[in-house]
Design a protein around this ligand. Structure first.
Ligand SMILES: *Cc1c(COP(=O)(O)O)cnc(C)c1O
Length: 745
């Protein structure tokens, strides 16, 4: 028996094609090698990819074209047939009529419109093919069993064509009625209805531009298939050459956080790109739909299938949870300046954008981690917070990962955060969370967390006594970064939608920056094709990044952290900067290693001149003093009636002094002012001493009507305090708090 015959029997494929369809090219030599490696890879990936396991190697898989009537499947299939040298099966032309022994029209007459979908589905169930291009009918996806079966035989490509294009093409083809369409239902109604079936089954969406030619669509299919098959995974910013060969999957990096060599994970593939025409397709979509189209490009379907991604996104960006139906709207401030309001999430800072979605990635990753993980093993995410991260992590994991074996424990400086921030955490409900105040500052909390992570005794105790592992959710996590790319692109699309600009016009984008996560996401959005002219990196008095971007020198030798009214950017070691440097040095792990070794040893590094020039083409930087911050809040309030939070004010001051005003400017508004009520009241010369947090919010709203009060935030802090534990700064006291939590988790 030849290998190939074995393979066919293994796969249950027909030996000789009984319908004489042109997929006899099944026979390929040396197929076992790819089969083996693919199966190995699939085992590593786990069940996400169970659909492909039954279909053998990716090389033998079908390429299945799906989409509305008039989307161009047939033409694209023919071009693919030529270019990919794969046999082609057009279900309409090659399969149905010979299978039924009558024409489609006759069959339609025989069984009627409704019976036709069923008959067509049964015919598709009997289609046996591999290594072929299968062009489905427009109504095939309405038959779930048939569609599920055919999807298992390969990769389903959805030709997502704009409705107006489809209507024009159908009119040109003189098609006035499609299969399954009841008399009297207009085409404009049936096509959007059909969309839901296509959305259910695709592995890869091809976002077609308006009037895009079939040749161009076919090229996109080929490129997307290559990216899909390569699935290059992630590499560390610090590993060069041989080490690069082993790569991690998306779910691996979500779970791991930091790379084993101390570097940060970055995708090994090149940064995905959107053309202007593709972005135009997103203009009229709502936020979750935009998010899906954008994140699909970053996350390989073999790691996380779009069907999961869609579900996760819907759970994450739920208008019931956000304080605004538009999720992250853009608002005009004055002149040609706009605010991207990123604070409508449940805890009032932009961190919710990532932390409402990331817990879904995390629990998915847990389900797929094999070996060391079993049903009994729990994960505890240990977080030290200076304010905003804690609340967002707690809310995200309590809301979305309540009973998945993941707990969150947060350490905050008992006297170092705002009342609102503290109440957000101490009133948080959820069986899987624990919040502890520490008699010490943020640095102590941070150092303690790091120490716990490195402590072999704690590790052993956790493993043997509690079946538990530690994990982190800090902003270097790729799972937190990638959702942030979406809102930057979405802000640009909103300006196009409201006709402030036309697609392709350049705008500047300013971001108050601490750990460099938010602005790095903006860099990725720019690289993806969003026409951001300049990214403006705004700092407060902790202006190490301003100096670095202006001089190429990162120098901590004479610096210590200064406490400001914008505490979330009181940061000197800006972790995600490493990823930015990796990209601007054209992925030089060598330079990265030199820089960050030098930073660790000498608290100093300097980048080569040409790297500095590249950096400055993309980014400019400035900083804002405490006085300037307070003045900005007051002046903008007077001019516009809008109250900025101190971080956004840092961004506003810096961008207004650097932006040349000859193009629109978007300022990322990273927090709702209510979160920093006492500081903002102090800026306005109002006393807040003796006021409760809730009273401060009322007072704030009396003084400024905009932005509208964050009702979710206000009501969350009036819940009863549940977590009243405050513990000493003693290491063993804090560790015993961890064990106390594990006992009840
Ligand atoms: C976390 C935070 C920042 C800083 O974001 P990075 O991604 O660390 O640069 C800025 N503003 C607010 C309100 C924050 O909570």
């Amino acid at each position: 028996m030849t290998n190939m015959m074995q393979f066919n029997i293994l796969q249950g494929l027909c030996q000789s094609c009984k319908h004489g369809f042109p997929h006899a090219r099944l026979l390929q030599t040396n197929f076992l090698a790819p089969l083996k490696s693919t199966l190995q890879r699939r085992q590593r990936i786990g069940q996400v990819h169970h659909r492909y396991v039954s279909s053998g190697s990716i090389e033998q898989a079908n390429v299945i074209l799906m989409g509305s009537p008039g989307c161009g499947k047939t033409t694209v299939a023919q071009i693919l047939h030529r270019k990919m040298k794969m046999p082609i099966i057009d279900v309409d032309d090659d399969h149905l009529e010979p299978y039924w022994g009558m024409s489609v029209a006759q069959k339609l007459q025989e069984v009627g419109s409704k019976g036709f979908i069923e008959a067509e589905g049964r015919a598709l169930l009997d289609l046996k093919a591999s290594g072929s291009i299968i062009s489905l009918t427009g109504s095939n996806p309405m038959h779930t069993p048939a569609m599920t079966a055919v999807a298992q035989s390969g990769t389903v490509i959805f030709l997502d064509v704009q409705m107006s294009d489809i209507l024009q093409r159908l009119a040109r083809m003189k098609v006035s009625r499609i299969v399954g369409q009841e008399k009297g239902t207009p085409m404009e109604d049936i096509l959007p209805y059909r969309q839901q079936f296509y959305e259910k089954f695709y592995d890869i969406r091809i976002l077609c531009e308006e009037y895009e030619t079939p040749d161009s669509v076919a090229d996109k299919v080929i490129r997307s298939l290559a990216v899909f098959k390569d699935n290059k995974g992630f590499v560390s910013t610090r590993s060069e050459g041989a080490q690069k060969k082993y790569s991690w999957t998306f779910l691996d990096v979500v779970l791991q956080g930091l790379a084993p060599d101390g570097g940060l994970f970055v995708p090994a593939r090149e940064i995905p790109h959107f053309s202007g025409g593709e972005m135009r397709r997103l203009v009229h979509l709502n936020y979750p739909d935009r998010a899906l189209c954008i994140l699909e490009r970053w996350i390989n379907p073999q790691d996380l299938h779009p069907q999961f991604l869609r579900q996760f996104i819907q759970w994450a960006y739920d208008p019931q949870v956000f304080n605004c139906n538009k999720i992250f709207p853009v608002r005009h401030l004055e002149d040609n300046i706009y605010l991207a309001e990123l604070f409508h999430g449940p805890t009032g800072s932009f961190k919710d954008a990532a932390l409402q979605l990331m817990p879904h990635f995390f629990t998915k990753a847990l389900q797929h981690e094999k070996g060391s993980w079993d049903r009994k093993t729990k994960y505890v995410i240990l977080v030290a917070t200076s304010g905003d991260t804690g609340g967002a992590v707690l809310d995200g994991f309590a809301r979305h990962a309540g009973n998945c074996g993941v707990g969150v424990m947060v350490l905050y400086p008992a006297r170092g955060i705002s009342d609102v921030q503290r109440l957000q955490m101490t009133t948080m409900q959820g069986d899987n969370i624990h919040v502890v105040g520490v008699e010490g500052d943020f640095d102590l909390c941070q150092t303690t967390v790091k120490k716990i992570f490195m402590d072999p005794k704690v590790e052993e105790e956790m493993r043997t006594k509690f079946h538990c592992k530690l994990s982190a959710a800090n902003s270097i996590s790729w799972g937190r970064l990638v959702p942030q790319i979406v809102y930057h692109m979405s802000a640009y699309l909103d300006l196009v939608q409201t006709k402030v600009i036309t697609m392709g016009d350049e705008v500047d984008l300013c971001i108050p920056t601490g750990n460099f996560g938010n602005i790095l996401a903006a860099f990725y959005a720019k690289e993806m094709g969003v026409p951001f002219h300049r990214l403006i990196c705004a700092s407060n008095t902790n202006n190490v990044l301003t100096d670095f971007i202006n001089t190429g020198i990162y120098d901590l030798r004479k610096r210590h952290v200064l406490r400001t009214s914008s505490p979330s950017i009181d940061i000197l070691v800006s972790s995600n900067l490493e990823r930015y440097l990796y990209h601007v040095t054209d992925r030089s792990a060598d330079i990265i290693k030199k820089c960050f070794t030098s930073l660790a040893e000498h608290r100093y590094f300097e980048v080569p001149e040409e790297v500095l020039r590249t950096m400055q083409k993309i980014m400019i930087a400035g900083w804002c003093s405490e006085d300037q911050c307070s003045n900005t809040v007051n002046q903008i309030l007077k001019r516009t009636g809008y109250l900025l939070d101190p971080h956004t004010a840092v961004g506003a001051h810096v961008s207004m002094s650097l932006n040349q005003r000859d193009r629109p400017l978007i300022i990322a508004s990273t927090a709702h002012p209510a979160k920093f009520a006492s500081d903002v009241l102090a800026f306005m010369g109002k006393k807040s001493l003796g006021l409760s947090a809730s009273e401060m919010l009322v007072k704030l709203h009396e003084l400024a009507k905009l932005p509208a009060p964050h009702t979710k935030l206000s009501s969350s802090i009036s819940r009863p305090v549940i977590h009243s534990t405050v513990c000493s700064s003693n290491y063993s006291d804090i560790v015993s708090e961890v064990y106390k939590f594990l006992n009840r988790l």
